[in-house]
Design a protein around this ligand. Structure first.
Ligand code: GTP
Ligand code: MG
Length: 314
């Protein structure tokens, strides 16, 4: 299914039904007491987390949601039926934004978030009867349901993010250490959307995300831009993958950190390691001294991968 990580939707909850004004009429009771029932509450619109979903595609193609209205109360103290809820299934990791403010998020399977609350049903006239007023001729109206325009943003949930310039071997690394089968190509921008995989042979399940390539000026929208970096905001560790066979490999390192800074400087505070890839192409491996932990690997042949996965697992 098509990967969509942002959708705008409108949600409208149901109105509450009106309370009823009614008086008991029985054969031998000419003037019975009030018996108008309550209106039913309006239905709400809810978001429900579904761990099997990975895209907001459904919301993009179907952006309007309206819950059912509550029915009016009736005589004989009959309460109106409550309106039907609408439940929208969403992938885990979504953030709900209303007018630029985050109003909620869904991180767990089956988690429910009410995004538009149904109106309340009005009380029927029998509820207002008392010693001072035995035959009230009024009932409450139901209240309106909430109505909102929301932006839903998907931020994939993963523990580790692989980032790097195009064609450095990010997807090859993901393929090597997880069960994912991402597309790999000998050209830049093979990966257009993030890929997720679960680290193989571990007790804990560690989710790794392979990102599209970043180029210098990505923060100005160059290449694929930096939009997708939202998907690493929730990771605990970033792997900066560098093609060691390219001229001036450290230039890639500088470029990545600079683009992070432009996107969101808090990304720089995340723990990170530097992984030099494609060592199989070099007869002599240059060693660099960086502040981060450094690995030398070949995602293609598997050289050095064990040490990297041990580190990820620790
Ligand atoms: N020799 C060698 N080639 C590699 C290695 N890792 C990846 N490659 C090759 O490099 C090319 C790019 O690999 P990908 O895994 O698609 O690179 P990527 O970083 O995901 O690329 P984008 O998605 O386009 O950013 C492919 O031809 C891979 O076979 C490696 O360790 N050694
Ligand atoms: Mg790729």
């Amino acid at each position: 299914m098509k990967f969509v990580d942002e959708a705008k939707i409108s949600v409208e909850a149901g109105r509450g039904g009106n309370g009823c004004v009614s008086f008991r009429r029985e054969k031998f009771v000419p003037k019975g007491g009030p018996d108008g029932g309550d209106g039913g509450d309006g239905g709400s619109v809810n978001l429900i987390g579904n761990k099997k979903l990975g895209t907001l595609y459904d919301l993009k193609v179907r952006p309007h949601y309206k819950a059912g209205r509550g029915l009016h109360g009736k005589g004989k103290k009959m309460h109106g039926k409550i309106g039907k809820d609408v439940s929208i299934q969403v992938p885990l990791g979504i953030v709900v934004v209303e007018e630029e403010t985050v109003v909620g998020e869904i991180l767990e399977d089956k988690q429910k978030l009410i995004v538009a609350k149904g109106g309340t049903g009005g009380r029927g006239n029998y509820r207002f009867a008392g010693p001072s007023n035995q035959s009230p001729r009024y009932a409450e109206e139901g209240t309106v349901g909430e109505k909102k325009r929301l932006k839903i943003i998907l931020k994939l949930i993963s523990d580790i993010g692989i980032v790097g310039l195009p064609n450095v071997g990010k997807s090859t690394l993901l393929k090597n250490i997880t069960s994912a089968r991402p597309k790999i190509g000998a050209y830049p921008f093979t990966t257009l959307n993030p890929n997720l995989g679960v680290l193989r042979s571990t007790v804990k399940s560690i989710i790794i995300a392979d990102m599209p390539g970043i180029i210098e000026g990505a923060h100005h929208g160059k290449g694929l831009g930096l939009q997708f970096l939202r998907h690493i905001e929730r990771t605990n560790l970033l792997l900066l993958l560098i093609d060691l066979s390219a001229p001036q490999p450290l230039h890639q390192y500088d470029c990545l950190l600079n683009e992070f800074k432009q996107y969101d400087a808090t990304l720089l505070k995340k723990p990170r390691a530097v992984v030099f890839n494609k060592i199989d192409l070099l007869s002599e491996i240059p060693r660099y001294n960086l502040e981060e932990k450094v690995f030398y690997i070949s995602a293609l042949t598997g050289d050095g991968i064990d040490e990297l996965t041990r580190y990820i697992n620790a």
